[in-house]
Design a protein around this ligand. Sequence first.
Ligand code: 13P
Ligand code: SF4
Length: 341
Amino acid sequence: MTSELAVSAPAWREGMEHEYADVIAKLGDRLPCLEWPLHLPWIDAIRKLKAERGAAIMAHSYQSPEIFHGVADVTGDSLALAQAAADCDAPIIVLCGVHFMAETAKILAPDRMVLIPDLEAGCSLASSITAEDVRALRAQHPGVPVVTYVNTTAAVKALSDACCTSANAVQVVEAMGSERVIFLPDRFLGAHVATQTAVELILWNGACEVHERFTGQQARQAREQFHAKLVAHPECPPEVLAEADFVGSTSAMGRWLAQEKPERVALITECSMADNLRTQFPRIDFVAPCNLCPHMKRITLPNIHACLAKLQYEVTVPEDVAAGARRALQRMLEVGRRERV
Ligand code: 13P
Ligand code: SF4
């Protein structure tokens, strides 16, 4: 039995549905009343423990709605979470996302304790490339700058000139001031970025196991069957992106919906995106297809509670690796600051 299963679930209290009317309203039909006794006691216990510990909970947009709307202080895409970690005052950060996100938070907030509720929450992109691979690429292409997607280990970031996310990849690539850039590790994001810049990109063979599964046929079917607008994440294969009305990062998808206000939309990305955006856009009808990220879904209310109760699992990065990774991450954040002025 795992340690978190050994902790008994907190009990339902009379009137809890009134105390948490705000959460119930946000979750709507994603939290039917039959499930209130399952989730609300955990949400209540986590909120109390979080306040006692002075912790901040940061949740990626791919987290389940009960986490995203129930307990998170900060929500957003990889870039927003990295920025929030850099600016965070809380002594403890609980990162509800995958391991590279917790590492990024630790690198940008080295004085904070950074916890992840499940150490096994990995990422197929992060495991597609090692520091040794980056050294070999640099030797093969001397003098060519390396831009690395944040979905990588700290050791890979440390050997990179700059990091990027899907929200700022084109700007970061162009900020290198070079005619050629090594862009790692997502071949689909890289191919999409290459369509938007004159910089020649040298790509790696990594892919997101969630987004690479979508097919052009599924995208066409969503349009024809549901008469939906198609919005796709750039980690999808090119034949999917070719079908899309809009291609954009997690944060750009939200902005596009706010601007275009489509009647019906298929978000070709992780399933929780649509679940979480439904609250913000109640008039939009969100339809299939979507795929679940098995790594993101390792994070649950019970293991967030265990994480705060036992201060587990702490994520650390050796300072020699962290220093190089921090430089690459700060270069990315600097590009973002320049874009905003
Ligand atoms: P963003 O949060 O950068 O859009 O990335 C999507 C993703 O797959 C995160 O793991
Ligand atoms: Fe990694 Fe893809 Fe899961 Fe994001 S959705 S954590 S890129 S496997």
